[in-house]
Design a protein around this ligand. Sequence first.
Ligand code: ATP
Ligand code: MG
Length: 460
Amino acid sequence: MSTLPIHEPLLRLEQALGPGSGLVLVGGAVRDRLLGRDQGDWDLATALLPDMVMARARAAGLQVIPTGLQHGTVTVMVGGRPMEITTYRGDDAYLDGRHPESVRLGVDLEEDLARRDFTVNAMALPIRALDAADWKQHLVDPFGGQDDLKARRLRAVGDPLRRFAEDGLRPLRACRFVAQLGFEVEPATAAAIPKRLEVAGKVSVERVHQELTKLLCGPAVDKGLDLLRATGLLALWLPELSPMVGCAQNRHHAFDVWGHTLEVLRCVPAEPVFRWAALLHDSGKPSTRTLGTDGEAHFFGHEARSLVLAEHILLRLRASRALLKAVQTLIRHHGMYPDHSWGDAACRRFLARLGVDGLTLEDWGRFRQADHLGKGVDSETALQHHGQVMARLQALAEAAPALSVKDLALDGKALMALANRPGGPWLGQLQGHLLETVLEDPSANAAESLRALAEDWLKS
Ligand code: ATP
Ligand code: MG
């Protein structure tokens, strides 16, 4: 493996901390290096106590920020990069289902690794071996993390029932890693999750939201979510979504609402807005399901119901208003489909509605295409048809028709001058009337014809 730009500051840091520092890379960074995955953050651990880390780093001229001394964590700036270094530590009793009551510093590396959640996250790599050709030989791996990694398996360190009783976040992290890495969960570890739901319920909503977002953006999102469902975590945190499981659809669909949702999730871009919207877009189906006289299931008004559920769920999880709004925008427009039966004017009105909501045609198209593919029926034809619809909408959009009041050839000032009246509600009504006319016939968007139209309207 080539030397990454990060290695130089890490080696400098090790030199600054001096002999006996036992500086190692731990956790996710080691796991990801073995997987050849992009390393996100760098978790470092040392045998030195925080005071010693600070003293030695300062003596070497490095800036030190005492970020989390109570947990044994110090941040050292090396070459402009913040490096978080935690003293090897053992956790004492967990009483709140989330955090240890106190931590013990000055334990050995193996004890530090033993408090970590999964075997693949409980390996350490000494910094001095980072660039060695045989770096894998230097791994400290007391719990068989490498074997589990090779078998693509997630296994709790120690007794899963005890580990999940200590910290309710771990089961959710398991589902998140399944989604990110595509691993299986070892049976005893998976079996422990449903038995520890009460502890899982103690995790803060902010943290649940953060982990769920990571899960949703993982490449194996369908696997991660299905584990969430199978273990009871879905019913715990997103109970509104449980009725989607087993909710049968109609001849347009190969899957029930849950299966369809998993398919759509896989097909939309791996970005929070798309993934949350995919998760929630049909959440209103179970409660709006009716059977027609022909025995076919219908879901009239399900978009509106999904919008309500999305708001309820995302506000409960303390998601940002911006995320909620963007998710609702995708959901609001997902059922609408300007097919052959629509005239050009109706298509322009559709483009205007997207514009008002700040949704681009491309993003709408991405979501709509995933929704089609997720039906699991005749995907070839669906893709072809979707391509035609998009081509037509794009051609209409490229002609740059007026889609909003500000695109009109006469602005508000000109209309007030024409009417010889100050602005007021009448102006908005007149502009709405002019826009309607122009959406119907774009050639009407010229100063002269708008003036004539406005004069007629003012007289009426
Ligand atoms: P990511 O790719 O998201 O950074 P990560 O495994 O590095 O994944 P972090 O939250 O950065 O996750 O945690 C770093 C390490 O700390 C983990 O690899 C694991 O060893 C340990 N760890 C984190 N959270 C827990 C937890 N709740 N219980 C036990 N160990 C944990
Ligand atoms: Mg990490």
